[in-house]
Write a protein that binds this ligand. Sequence first.
Ligand code: SAM
Ligand code: SF4
Length: 357
Amino acid sequence: MTIANMARLAMPQARPSLPHREATRVGNAPALVDRFGRVHDDLRISVTDRCNLRCVYCMEEDTTFAPHAAILTFEEIVRVASVARGMGIRSVRITGGEPLQRRGIVDLVARVASLGFSDVAMTTNGVGLARFARDLERAGLRRLNVSCDSLRSDRFARIRRRGRLDDVLEAMDAAEVAGLAPLKVNVVLVAGMNDDEIEDFAAFARRTKRIVRFIEFMPLDAGRAWNRDHLVPTEVVLERIASRWPLEPVEPVDQRDPSPAERYRFSDGEGEIGVVPSVTRPFCGTCNRLRLTADGAIRNCLFSDNELSVRDLLRRGGSDAEIAALLRRAVGSKLPGHGINESGFLQPRRSMSMIGG
Ligand code: SAM
Ligand code: SF4
């Protein structure tokens, strides 16, 4: 991976906390509230650890995948989602690995959507999406994030190691035709690799009205090459875009919006961008997420290795009440923050594609 030398980051600023959401009781099950008052109402479901790409900031070429028997079946995923729904989980994002690589993904989306979540979203690398877009929309998918880290074909191929930019751009068009607009486009910025495209992506957002989200590179790469020199701080992204096209912050209409992105609109009304400052302005204080990995671990944070296996519980005949208790235990042991900016931080054992981004 190319490394550009960037000045060491200033101390991170804490993001101001949003008011905590009112805890709701669902039936007899208390809502998922942690020791710090954070209400958990968003579940990320990873449906596979496999992927058809090998993005340099995520996977290595020689990644080993979990055996099929270790991966949750559709029935198991739906069972966990159903219990979570009863405990106040409102929004779900299907991810991976590459979710479109899971056979029967449309059926799975339909089954999850039928549980009555207010929001069902997916993050995909877009390769192969054109084929699925209409069926996913019909199955109940409401929102889609497509990852795309370069608008230059040769560079796209270098970053993602496989796949073609044109296919991903065509898939974005197909998704919009299928009614999955406005699309969000995830761009992971790595210094010296694609940060010279910040303005190009802003122009792309203005032209297409897709919401480009600039994501800070996090220490979750399988190659463990991350260091602060690779980081493109959100402040730099905003300064560079705003010096060309003035920006105004957008307040979320719904305080319960599950997105960690800070939103900005172009002052001339030509669209919107988002920034996800996971490293330089951590949003842990308002984190509302739980994660279910493809192999059935409940994780309370991307950066915590403290996992609980709901798969083992399911496979020894665990009841819904036991699943609920496990979810509560996971939330109860959540730490106040991810600790990336603390001395002694250790990169988690599992990398992004194994956890589910
Ligand atoms: N394969 C799908 C995709 O690429 O969109 C979904 C899974 S991927 C792990 C989810 C998101 O995590 C993508 O937007 C990807 O760019 C992002 N991601 C992967 N590794 C990352 C890292 N080390 N730091 C920040 N974001 C990362
Ligand atoms: Fe695959 Fe997504 Fe990771 Fe890229 S970011 S290697 S597409 S899982």
